[in-house]
Design a binder for this molecule. Sequence first.
Ligand code: ATR
Length: 318
Amino acid sequence: MNPVRSSHIKKPFIARRSIPFIKKASNGANITGKTKILGIFGRPISHTLSPAMHNAVMKALGLDMVYLPFEVKPSNLRGAVKGIKSLGMIGVNITTPHKEAVIKFLDSISEDVKLIGAVNTIVNKNGQLIGHNTDGYGYIASLKEELGFNPKGKKMVILGAGGAARGIIIALAAKKPKSITVANRTLSRAISLIKTFKGKFSGIAFQAIGLDGENLRAYFEDTNLLINTTSVGMKKNEALKIPLDALPKRTIVSDIIYNPLETALLKKAAKLGLATHPGLGMLIHQGALSFKLWTGIDAPIDIMRKAALKALKMGGGR
Ligand code: ATR
């Protein structure tokens, strides 16, 4: 029998042009029989930055874990969530469009999730699936890390009244700010949002207003923090028409959009000499808090940031 030499083995044909990501794909070199699995469920999912951030941390810490993206159709969400238990996954992140719909498939949810109505992290605790939301806490942690900002006793205006605004408001409210004003295009949505929080947090002045340009002036005059949670700004050069010039010079203007890294709103604010806070920090810190829930370990923020920036440069994050 002829010995088989490597030169005799036919190499599999890979059409690189038809599979453009093949060069960058993981080859699973570090996967063992004991590797624990984490991941993210969403649709679309191909541009998520989370696998890059989490795998970089796991590699740096030498953990035998892998974090994978899963494209899950709404009709398959129940099955995918069941899979967390059956496959013994440590947990997953949940992203658009499943953050609200996933709740009904979980064994329990945190008190915050009861108010926010959305989950971004599931922990598999001894076969019980628990839903958490780290978005708002990630936001606050990022404000503290990047600008040393503490919301206590401060006045804030939040633009938008969707799920992202809810997550941020609950985390802000826990820090006892003086006031939280929610400005939304659809006023009724802002009103119903503040109704949820008014009774739960005493000592904070909540109010709902419309998002109509010049009327915002009066509310902007003594604001410490302005946060854009609307989707306006995802397209380059697109910004809400709001009177930024009415904000006092000490105001921080914050945008939770991270692609583009600096939105048109932040560019305008910087030109006016206001401090700015881009959205990437919130993404990084919500990831770090999810990681802590799964592993009990504080994730190295600098490694997560580096990985997220690299993945963004390679076309992720859209
Ligand atoms: P998320 O969960 O990311 O917050 P969402 O629940 O769809 O997403 O909320 C999107 C927010 O962006 C809402 O506050 C929405 O305002 P409406 O409640 O009036 O829809 C706001 N938004 C989206 N497009 C907008 C636009 N062109 N101008 C102003 N606000 C806009």
